[in-house]
Design a protein around this ligand. Structure first.
Ligand code: DAH
Length: 347
């Protein structure tokens, strides 16, 4: 190298070339790549300048080193400047594209809810469960014996007419009442007995308040010294939990072959508080279930000594309770699977 004029020109050429190249670069990754190639100690336009030191005459070496360093500093600054600008720009674009509008209405998520029958059944199971009742689940196909005869309703008994039965054969039928479960439990176990038995029952019956298939919950308590008072006390607690604290019960004489005495249980109207409204048809009372003291004949038939033990039983219609609770006047709405109806009844 003859003098610094030539070197100056070479360095100026490199600067121009780098400056031109940098103008074309549009992203920080390319800045990085380009910088690496320029500064490479062997092949880089700037990085390799120091290697040429050997060819420089001794008296020019100091000046040469100084200029190359200046050049390196210039390259360093230029790259840093451009890198910072591009990175800021990239960040800005990323924020722009990932912007979330928190005021936008969210997408509606559909979620299911339990069927009103299930809700009521669960609630009743919880209440009796907390009073120490066990659950007995019977079968939907029963024999005539368990569904009727053992419940003191033999073949020629007029009470059979109270329930229109689906017979599968002379012996087998679709149970018309969960009361059939009482017999299975009492045959299997000596008192004390304290069970509830929820399940589907079937009757040839079809109108606004009756369906060929519906759900009942049977209750049975057998022990020493059980009376109708125990039944009344337990029912008071039950109805207060289901219909509200101020609900009262009223027992009316009735007839069921498997209980003696038998009662129909009314609750004070939870809508009008007893003054009379459409729900209670102006009477202030609503009928909710059948019950009674277990007939001695039924106990004896199951091998339980009726001089030692006594019991009470009750049968609740789950749909009836659900219809009262949710103000539904047609049982078909419960079985219609119309989500517009069922999704409103979820509490
Ligand atoms: N099994 C009766 C029915 O389906 C309801 C019933 C009444 C059940 C009185 C009982 C009871 O346990 O004691 O109509």
């Amino acid at each position: 190298m003859a003098d610094f004029g030539e070197l100056g020109e070479k360095l100026a050429g490199i600067r121009n070339e780098i400056a031109e190249e940098l103008i074309k670069i549009k992203d920080s990754k390319s800045v990085y790549e380009y910088r690496k190639s320029v500064m490479d100690g062997k092949t880089g336009k700037v990085g390799s300048l120091m290697r040429e030191m050997g060819k420089i005459p001794a008296e020019m070496k100091a000046e040469y080193g100084k200029r190359v360093n200046e050049m390196k500093n210039w390259v360093q600054e230029r790259f840093e400047e451009i890198d910072a600008r591009l990175k800021a720009e990239e960040m800005r674009r990323r924020y722009e594209s990932e912007k979330i509008d928190v005021t936008m209405p969210s997408k509606k998520r559909e979620h299911g809810n339990l069927h009103p029958n299930t809700l009521v059944r669960n609630q009743i199971v919880d209440i009796f469960g907390s009073m120490g009742f066990d659950i007995y689940e019977g079968t939907e196909i029963e024999t005539d014996y368990y569904n009727f005869t053992a419940l003191n309703t033999p073949q020629d008994h007029p009470a059979r007419d109270m329930q229109d039965t689906f017979y599968l054969s002379p012996e087998f039928l679709l149970r018309t009442q969960t009361s059939a479960g009482q017999i299975h439990v009492m045959e299997a176990k000596q008192p004390p007995i304290k069970i509830i038995s929820p399940g589907k029952v079937f009757r040839s019956d079809d109108d606004a308040t009756h369906s060929p298939m519906f759900t009942q919950m049977e209750g049975l308590v057998v022990d020493k010294g059980i009376t109708l008072c125990d039944l009344k006390g337990m029912l008071d607690v039950f109805v207060q939990k289901i219909f509200g604290e101020n609900t009262k019960t009223r027992l009316r004489p009735s007839y069921f072959p498997f209980t003696e005495p038998s009662v129909e249980v009314d609750v004070s109207c939870f809508q009008c508080g007893g003054c009379g409204c459409r729900l209670c048809k102006g009477t202030g009372w609503i009928e909710v279930l059948g019950a009674g003291v277990v007939n001695k004949k039924v106990l004896e038939g199951c091998g339980i000594d009726s001089d030692v033990y006594s019991g009470f039983a009750f049968g609740i219609g789950i749909e009836r309770i659900a219809m009262l609770k949710y103000g539904i006047n047609n049982i078909k709405l419960l079985f219609g699977s119309d989500l517009r109806v069922l999704s409103q009844l979820d509490d």
